[in-house]
Ligand binder design. Structure first.
Ligand code: SAM
Length: 255
């Protein structure tokens, strides 16, 4: 399959599978829908507001690649950043427009491929891509683009999945599929592989995060054991043992 065909398949998949859609009980695109997605996100990803300074980019030019419906991007906008969001999926961008409208925030939102962006070199102070490199056709190509559109000294914040993590191990043992495992591309990275991708940057820091929290996506005995036994046992282990097995590798890189 050509790269263009793969990108078209990825776009079609994400048009049909908006991230975290299954946890919402409100009609798609309503205020309740966005409120629920927002609450769910920062409950599941408690590390995000702790490690990402959503209010720290006032007056800065910020690009989110693969912004989905724009939950994080609205936060950056509320913090005063001049925000641009792109996504391959038209459904995601249409919903992001509604999200911004209802939040009374402004953004430049466009359907665009993060592997070949229509922005000039050295445009942005921050490029943010949370959960995107692992789903694109060519992660290296996207990193080169992210680096290109960043200003010298600009920062990239990216999150990819950790191959050597508790969740990947659970997946193998329990055979319970990961979210979006049916996506055309789902790549996991070892820390070493991620470091190879980051060689363009002058500096980087990788923080493993996302440790087990109660699942709201699965039911039955496996979910019961996970919620009531596994999480408790995991949390008894010293942080220094488990740290590097976090499912999310949050990366801060400087151009
Ligand atoms: C798991 S969702 C993450 C959405 C959002 N960043 C979040 O954290 O909720 C992955 C998103 O990446 C987008 N995506 C994948 N490949 C892309 C590409 N090459 N260019 C732009 N967006 C892409 C998908 O359309 C989808 O909206």
């Amino acid at each position: 399959m050509s790269q263009a065909d793969l990108i078209a398949r990825i776009a079609a998949y994400w048009d049909e599978h908006i991230h975290d859609l299954s946890i919402t009980t409100y009609p798609v695109g309503t205020p309740g829908f966005f409120r629920q997605l927002n609450e769910y996100r920062y409950d599941k990803l408690k590390y995000l507001p702790r490690l990402v300074d959503f209010n720290g980019y006032k007056g800065k030019n910020l690009l989110e690649v693969g912004c989905g419906v724009g939950i994080d991007l609205v936060r950056f906008a509320r913090g005063g950043a001049n925000v641009t969001g792109i996504d391959l999926s038209k459904t995601a961008i249409d919903l992001a427009c509604k999200n911004f409208e209802q939040s009374e925030q402004n953004a430049d939102l466009r359907v665009m491929n993060g592997e070949s962006m229509k922005f000039a070199d050295n445009t942005f102070d921050l490029v943010y891509a949370h959960g995107v490199l692992q789903y694109t056709a060519d992660a290296q190509k996207m990193i080169v683009e992210i680096h290109r559109v960043l200003k010298p000294g600009g920062e990239a914040i990216m999150m990819v999945y950790n191959k050597q993590s508790w969740l990947n191990l659970m997946r193998k043992v329990t055979k319970v599929p990961l979210e979006h495992e049916d996506a055309p591309v789902l790549r996991k990275f070892s820390i070493r592989e991620l470091i190879q991708l980051l060689q363009l940057f002058q500096d980087y820091r990788i923080v493993p995060e996302r440790f087990p929290v109660k699942t709201r996506l699965h039911f039955g005995w496996k979910a019961f054991l996970f919620n009531n036994v596994f999480i408790g046992a995991f949390n008894l282990m010293p942080v220094s043992w488990i740290r590097r097995f976090g499912w999310h590798l949050l990366t801060f890189a400087v151009k």
